[in-house]
Design a protein around this ligand. Structure first.
Ligand SMILES: *[C@@H]1O[C@H](CO)[C@@H](O)[C@H](O)[C@H]1NC(C)=O
Length: 411
């Protein structure tokens, strides 16, 4: 990620034990010297008493020498105990971690931007090399594609090239797509053969391929890259990297179509049989669109990917978008530990779904003038003609390009 990364947790956690060990060693030394000093002091003073009476003629050779040594030890002791106090304070500070007093009202901020993982190139050196060349500021757009969606991919690629986005990569799931990308000079990556994945990738329905992406994404994050995961039914109109906040583990497009449904609201459920307390408040938010989200390389993000992959492997018929949302949003409860990942909903007019476009925007003279960052034709199965119409409307300036379409695609 950009900017200074916070100190990695492993570094912080190993500093504490080291400081504790040092403090304990100093404490031992301190105790040893202290006892030793007392003993010397005691023995020398008794010696002095004895010698004073008996051998006063011999002057102070013995007692002077030992009192010098006593003074030396005393000052050593003082500096030792000062040092010890300093170390003890350091241990206290370190073991309390980020603990601090809460600031004044209105100034406190919880942590939502988790530290990124330490990149691990050994996970996939070949991919690491590709990403090193391709990524810009450690981030890139990634799409998975097989030949079933080649026509959509073509429009996807054209729109990205038109905007001039350099950092994007197609994960090809079959030879055809790999060759197609190479012929078009499109950055392409073919995973190493993996029987299970290959079968899903080659023959899979859209749902199966969608589930596969969570597994594929893991390596990108482990290598330390942030990924803007994109389905191919997306038309790019501006560079999305200029419009991200990057403050959350997951920053996602929503299936919501207005402020309430996209950003959350309270829905009141009415149970008249409850009389006085018949109104029950429920929280609602339309699901995140798992076909277009930005994911930062953090432990929470990787945990999310793992949980989704695991759930889908146990319930292969599950819809990956539903699984993604359940695991991202449900809190901990008896028998379940919820994920602690931070989330951000993308702006519905910048990262626009096709419900918003066809139901609202195209009919509103003000909203028609907005220039979205992307349009995702996620609500309509007749994707190809609608994607072309989006290009005509926003790129070629054909004001009536969106008019022939119905709001929804008829069943
Ligand atoms: C929707 O939310 C945006 C951003 O918070 C705000 O600027 C806009 O006024 C809201 N629109 C409506 C209709 O409430």
């Amino acid at each position: 990620m950009r900017g200074a990364a916070p100190p990695s947790p492993s570094f912080r956690t190993c500093r504490i034990p080291v400081a504790v060990v040092i403090a304990v060693l100093f404490l031992c030394l301190f105790v040893y010297l202290y006892l030793d000093g007392l003993f010397l002091f005691y023995s020398s003073s008794s010696l002095r008493d004895a010698t004073a009476g008996i051998k006063s003629s011999e002057g102070c050779s013995v007692s002077c020498e030992s009192s010098e040594r006593v003074n030396m030890l005393k000052s050593e002791l003082v500096s030792m105990s000062e040092k010890n106090a300093r170390l003890e304070k350091q241990v206290r500070d370190l073991s309390s971690g980020d603990r601090r007093k809460a600031g004044p009202f209105g100034t406190v901020r919880g942590l939502r931007t988790n530290p990124t993982v330490l990149p691990d190139e050994s996970v996939n050196p070949r991919l690491a090399k590709i990403l090193e060349k391709l990524a810009v500021h450690n981030e890139l757009i990634v799409a998975l594609a097989n030949s079933h969606i080649k026509d959509l991919l073509e429009i996807w690629i054209e729109s990205i090239k038109r905007v001039g986005i350099p950092n994007y990569l197609v994960v090809a799931l079959d030879d055809d797509i790999e060759n197609f990308c190479k012929s078009k000079d499109v950055p392409v990556y073919r995973r190493n053969p993996d029987v299970d994945i290959d079968n899903i990738g080659k023959t899979g329905t859209t749902v199966a391929v969608s589930g596969l992406k969570f597994l594929v994404l893991r390596e990108f994050l482990q290598l330390g890259y942030s990924v803007l995961l994109s389905d191919v039914d997306v038309v790019y109109l501006r560079n999305p990297f200029d419009h991200l906040y990057r403050d959350s583990d997951i920053e996602s497009m929503t299936d919501g179509f207005n402020n309430k449904t996209a950003y959350g609201y309270i829905n009141v459920f009415d149970d008249p049989s409850m009389g006085w307390s018949s109104l029950v408040y429920t929280m609602r938010i339309w699901v995140y669109n798992s076909g277009f989200f930005y994911i930062r390389p953090t432990i929470s993000s990787i945990e999310l990917l793992d949980r989704v992959t695991k759930r889908i492997s146990v319930y292969p018929k599950a819809w990956d978008q539903q699984v993604f949302n359940e695991l991202l949003f449900y809190p901990s409860h008896p028998g379940y530990v919820g994920l602690h990942a931070s989330r951000r909903t993308m702006d519905i007019y910048l990262f626009m779904n096709s419900y918003v476009l066809f139901k609202h925007v195209r009919k509103d003279s003000k909203l028609r003038k907005l220039k979205p960052v992307v349009i995702h034709v996620n609500y309509h199965p007749d994707k190809l003609p609608r994607m072309k119409a989006v290009v005509d409307f926003y790129v070629n300036g054909k004001q009536n390009a969106l008019d022939p379409f119905t709001d929804g695609t008829p069943k």
